[in-house]
Design a protein. Structure first.
Length: 116
């Protein structure tokens, strides 16, 4: 059974950093390697939005508001995708979700709270 298991997140002051991880547990390596993975976030009262994605290339794509601050990466041998978040602001506060395009599956969500 394939699961996307997230870790990381928490509470940090503005200007701080956090790293999120998403492990595709049970996913065949070849499927993960070819999969485009994404990080989304959803703040209270807002729709879920794409933050960053990474293809098998890997080719990365970022929402304008996080460019230069967030970095998405992947470790195929660990079947894990990461989101390094630097220079965080209160506007980054949200629940963050990873997403597998191949499996159309979401992670369980991780709360990120940035205090001013």
């Amino acid at each position: 059974q394939v699961q996307l298991v997230q870790s990381g997140g928490g509470l940090v002051q503005a200007g701080g950093s956090l790293r999120l991880a998403c492990k595709a547990s049970g996913m065949i390596l070849s499927v993960f390697t070819g999969d485009t993975m994404g990080w989304y976030r959803q703040a209270p009262g807002y729709e879920r939005e794409l933050v960053a994605s990474i293809s098998s290339g890997p080719v990365t794509n970022y929402q304008d508001s996080v460019k230069g601050r967030f970095t998405i990466s992947r470790d195929n041998t660990r079947r894990t995708v990461y989101l390094q978040m630097n220079d965080l602001t209160p506007e980054d506060t949200a629940i963050y979700y990873c997403y597998s395009t191949a499996r159309r599956m979401w992670g369980q969500g991780t709360q990120v709270t940035v205090s001013s």
